[in-house]
Design a protein around this ligand. Structure first.
Ligand SMILES: CNc1nc2c(CC[C@H]3O[C@@H](OC)[C@H](O)[C@@H]3O)c3nc(N)[nH]c(=O)c3cc2[nH]1
Length: 376
């Protein structure tokens, strides 16, 4: 009898109001929550080495079904040993189902009950992404935490449109779950998350959450947010949604967010986050620090000998002058993206570590207040 891998598990270690401190066990290790998951859409966290990402404290990186199915192809990654080996990241990988990217990147897309037909934005090749094919691709990649295929619509949208997309996503949740179980995902210790939709309509959010809670998902995502709505609408939706979600399963708010978004969402019961913000901002000359954001493109840094943050543990924040970083950004040097991405991910992981410790100590509100004071 081969060694049966441990089942996917979530342990709630402490709570402080709605804020939760937990840990997830996956086939590739432990995920400490609240967790920020750097985005590695095309099998790389841009401008970073994987051991560097790990050293900053990340337990999970994200891959993306839409991008990887188009290039290099899921079957090819499987033939080459799976995504963990391919990108040399031996820790947990979470993959999105591709629904979001198809609607935002693909050309000539046609969505119907079966799934979504589209043409690749790379070479125009035709695809038909169904709930079953999305789960199959995520299994081929070897993803530890997989997402159902869903329909995420932009806001604002008419209520009947929000309802249609939410109800379609519920039917796709059932089909995704059936395929995941048929592929033996549960026995492999992998997790499949249902995705709560419902736009900015409270009763649709609750119906989606309760319907998904009745299905045996290992975790639940809050989707359909960070799609153009004001922050207060997003936070209000969390206030109506998380109470309707199972308390003993992880909750992942997709695509969020700024440091403030994350603080406020942890305060409303969210455990997992992903966002391109720290990596994309780093490539555009923007540094996140304990004292707020610094735009290194700005000429006022040209003679400033100070580092970004002399107290940071990250060399990118402690060793290099703002003048040097400004020079690299203006000169279009690759090192600018590398150092600023390193700084930004370090800042985000330090923020998450601070939240985890403060929830354990019952001091989350004090921590939240002290972080916000630093930005003022
Ligand atoms: C930015 N705001 C936002 N992103 C979102 C994503 C993509 C995140 C994925 O998109 C990629 O980042 C651009 C990463 O690889 C990540 O996995 C979503 N994905 C699904 N399946 N359903 C949603 O309702 C959804 C909502 C989002 N809101």
């Amino acid at each position: 009898m081969t060694h049966a891998p441990q089942r996917f598990a979530f342990r709630l270690l402490a709570t402080d109001g709605m804020a939760r401190r937990g840990e997830i066990t996956t086939p590739h290790g432990l995920v400490r929550t609240p967790a920020f998951m750097p985005v590695g859409t095309q099998a790389t966290v841009k401008a970073m080495y994987t051991d560097q990402v790990r050293a900053l404290g990340a337990d999970v990186v994200l891959g993306n079904t839409y991008h990887l199915m188009l290039r290099p192809g899921a079957e090819r990654v499987a033939r080459l040993g799976g995504l963990h080996h391919f990108m040399q990241w031996p820790h947990t990988i979470l993959t999105d189902s591709g629904g979001f990217q198809v609607m935002s990147l693909a050309q000539l897309r046609k969505l119907d009950e079966t799934g979504v037909r589209f043409q690749s934005h790379i070479d125009g090749q035709k695809y038909h992404l169904t709930p079953e094919r999305s789960v199959e691709i995520q299994g081929l990649l070897g993803s530890d935490i997989q997402m159902q295929l869903d329909e995420c619509i932009a806001l604002p949208a008419p209520e009947q449109e929000v309802q249609r997309a939410m109800e379609l996503s519920l039917r796709w949740a059932e089909r995704s779950r059936a395929k995941f179980e048929a592929m033996g995902g549960v026995e492999k210790g992998q997790g499949l998350y249902g995705i709560v939709q419902g736009g900015d309509v409270p009763h649709l959010r609750v119906r989606s959450a309760e319907s998904l809670a009745a299905m045996p998902f290992e975790g639940y995502s809050v989707g359909g947010l960070a799609v153009g709505e004001p922050q207060e609408v997003m936070l209000r939706m969390l206030e109506v949604t998380t109470p309707a979600m199972p308390v003993d399963k992880p909750r992942y708010l997709m695509g969020v967010g700024t440091p403030e978004d994350i603080l406020e969402s942890v305060a409303r019961g969210i455990d997992q986050f992903d966002c391109v913000m720290p990596t994309r901002a780093g490539r555009h000359g923007l540094a996140f620090t304990r004292r707020g954001k610094i735009n290194l493109k700005n000429a006022r840094h040209a003679d400033d000998p100070r580092p970004l943050d002399e107290e940071s543990e990250c060399p990118a924040a402690r060793q290099y002058s703002r003048a040097y970083l400004h020079h690299l950004v203006k000169a279009g040097e690759g090192l600018a993206a590398m150092l600023l991405t390193w700084n930004n991910l370090a800042y985000y992981q330090q923020l998450m570590q601070g939240m985890r410790e403060s929830i354990e100590a019952g001091r989350f509100q004090d921590y939240r207040a002290s972080v916000k004071e630093g930005w003022a």
